[in-house]
Design a protein around this ligand. Structure first.
Ligand code: F0G
Length: 402
């Protein structure tokens, strides 16, 4: 469970602020804040056992693949949790995708098979629960669409007003429709995601609870994807964990989960994290190439994978920490590779939105270049459902009318 403070994520700073602190960055050094869990007296063996036993329980909190791991989540009474029974997604292998990548032990964990069709639900159940605990009446986010859809759904369940800021032309109609269906107020911003986030942060008054991934409670929920994966793998860590990178909140969350599990001996060996960006939106790739001390912002990010068309990722320092801790890799793939990989996922009956397919494209490159052993055990996270962006399919393969 997480005590009542948040701590600066910068190792040398460590400033603590109250859990209700709304500025999301450290008042001393300006870096992002993070929650520091205190899992209590249970041993790692006992934790593994109760997490597994809860899978068979029908209690509402146990039915969530996020809250099942509540020893590592913010302390909260069970009846105050805002949940849609999220997080229970399978681990799948596919023959054609494995052949395509040249990988002999490849699984996909499809977080797009969550209630609103993306991985955002894992973070929203925790962060919207926290918003309500703090007495917020309105929640807000800037989004390329998935955060908006997810926030709107959880806000609806929590009886909170939801306000979303979308880049004009930068979010698919399906994601917009979801946000509207769940009753969100929408505002379009001229420009891209980075502009929408800037507008939101300038306009937000203190009564509004802010739900982009700089919110540390989002990160806590998203990190449980790794806990769930390890339970599915019977606690035998894979060699690589691969995910797409946009604003880099999910990379931060996965890195945090790996560190926390490693600290209690439940993550051996440490898997290498592979963050795959779209080539036209590759701020982290450029940052690492230039030494890593300053973010190399991409001023006009481009890619067909609109979910990750982001040039100024806010969680870049946390993502760098994850790369360092895991001996990880950051790389980019171009839109042609992304769309080819996406089609291959479809051929295995899995499907995904374009951003998710960066993972398969990245693995294929790493193996072809001899940077990844074909015998390695690899888990690729798919982050959004195929129905999230149907235009990307119809534009690539036509409308089926000959
Ligand atoms: N995959 C999908 C499907 C996404 O929607 C996003 C981000 C990412 C990957 C990247 O995750 O930002 O944590 O590195 N979508 C955000 C949104 C930006 O507004 O829905 P990240």
């Amino acid at each position: 469970m997480i005590p009542s403070v948040l701590r600066c994520s910068e190792a040398g700073c460590g400033t603590e602020v109250p859990r209700d602190y709304r500025a999301y960055s450290c008042p001393v050094c300006g870096n992002l804040l993070q929650a520091v869990p205190n899992p209590g007296p249970l041993s790692p063996e006992q934790l593994k056992k109760i997490w597994r036993e809860r899978r068979a329980s029908n209690a509402p909190l146990d039915s969530s693949g996020v809250w099942r791991f509540r020893e590592y989540l913010p302390d909260c009474p069970a009846d105050a949790v805002v949940s849609l029974a999220e997080g229970n997604v399978p681990l799948l292998a596919g023959q054609k995708t494995a052949d395509y990548a040249g990988a002999h032990h490849l699984w996909f964990k499809h977080l797009g098979w969550n209630p609103t069709g993306s991985f955002k639900d894992l973070g929203m159940t925790v962060a919207v629960t926290e918003a309500r605990r703090q007495g917020a009446e309105t929640v807000a986010c800037a989004s390329t669409g998935n955060t908006a859809a997810s926030m709107a759904a959880y806000a609806a369940r929590a009886n909170l007003r939801a306000r979303v800021y979308l880049p004009k032309g930068g979010a698919s109609m399906q994601k917009l429709a979801q946000a509207l269906d769940f009753g969100a107020e929408t505002q379009y911003v001229d420009g891209n995601f980075d502009d929408a986030l800037r507008v939101l942060m300038a306009e937000t008054d203190t009564g509004v609870y802010f739900l982009n991934s700089i919110n540390p409670f989002r990160i806590e929920g998203q990190k449980t994807a790794i806990f769930h994966l390890m339970d599915q793998l019977d606690w035998r860590a894979p060699d690589y964990i691969v995910l797409p990178g946009g604003n880099l909140g999910n990379s931060a969350a996965f890195g945090k989960a790996i560190e926390e599990l490693a600290a209690i001996g439940l993550m051996t060996p440490i898997p290498r994290l592979v963050i795959v960006q779209a080539r036209g939106s590759n701020a982290l790739v450029r940052t690492v190439e230039s030494g890593g001390s300053e973010l190399q912002v991409v001023t006009d990010p481009q890619t067909m994978a609109t979910a990750i068309r982001i040039g100024n990722p806010r969680s870049w320092k946390k993502a760098l920490r994850a790369l360092r801790f895991t001996g990880g890799i950051v790389m980019d793939v171009d839109d042609t590779d992304i769309m080819a990989a996406k089609q291959m996922l479809g051929r295995d009956g899995i499907g995904s939105e374009p951003a998710s397919a960066t993972t398969l494209a990245g693995i294929r490159h790493l193996i072809a270049e001899g940077r990844m052993d074909p015998e390695a055990r690899v888990v690729a996270f798919l982050t959004g459902h195929a129905l999230k962006d149907t235009d990307s399919i119809l534009n690539a393969v036509g409308r089926g009318d000959g």
